[in-house]
Design a protein around this ligand. Structure first.
Ligand SMILES: [Zn+2]
Ligand SMILES: [Zn+2]
Length: 176
């Protein structure tokens, strides 16, 4: 069982809760709601609306609703954290442009097709670098595949700490 809580019900994106946002600590998204279970905490987030130009032609795009993208974030103690990002979709209607539909990107949050938030990647690489973590252990704490950015952490960790880092147990645990 989990308790579904929003500070005052689910927050509309036009009226985010500053306390929840401060707790989450990610500048570019706001918390809409939180469900905390014994194993996983799901935090639903969205980015503020902004006028969106087509990345190809610059013409103002029209909304195509949202899709849900689940990102795995830095664990909160023993509880895994999933960010449920209600990612906006846009469409370019300019006749001479072939872009079509495209998704909102928040570069500070996650790389375009990543399964982990950027800060989870940084955290995981730090765990490899300083805490003798294994890929299998990180997969367990993050709740699934750690992704190439972390599996390739040997190279990144070597850059980060200035020494080679052995990566043991490269197999991954669980699904998404
Ligand atoms: Zn709040
Ligand atoms: Zn366009």
């Amino acid at each position: 069982m989990s308790d579904a809580t929003g500070c005052a019900g689910a927050r509309p994106t036009t009226d985010p809760c500053s306390r929840c946002d401060l707790l989450l600590g990610l500048d570019d998204v706001s918390v809409e709601s939180v469900e905390r279970g014994a194993v996983v905490m799901r935090v639903t987030v969205s980015a503020a609306w902004q006028l969106m130009g087509c990345p190809d032609c610059g013409v103002v795009a029209v909304s195509r609703g949202r899709r849900v993208r689940v990102l795995r974030d830095v664990p909160h103690g023993d509880v895994r954290v999933q960010l449920v990002w209600r990612q906006r979709r846009w469409c370019c209607l300019e006749a001479r442009c072939s872009r079509g539909t495209f998704a909102e990107q928040v570069p500070a949050l996650a790389a375009p097709r990543a399964v982990l938030t950027r800060r989870a990647v940084t955290w995981a690489v730090g765990q490899l670098c300083r805490e003798h973590a294994t890929i299998a252990g990180l997969a367990r704490r993050l709740g699934g595949r750690v992704g190439d950015a972390v599996a390739g952490g040997q190279a990144r960790a070597a850059t980060t700490c200035g020494r080679p880092v052995p990566v043991r147990g490269r197999h991954v645990v669980g699904g998404r």
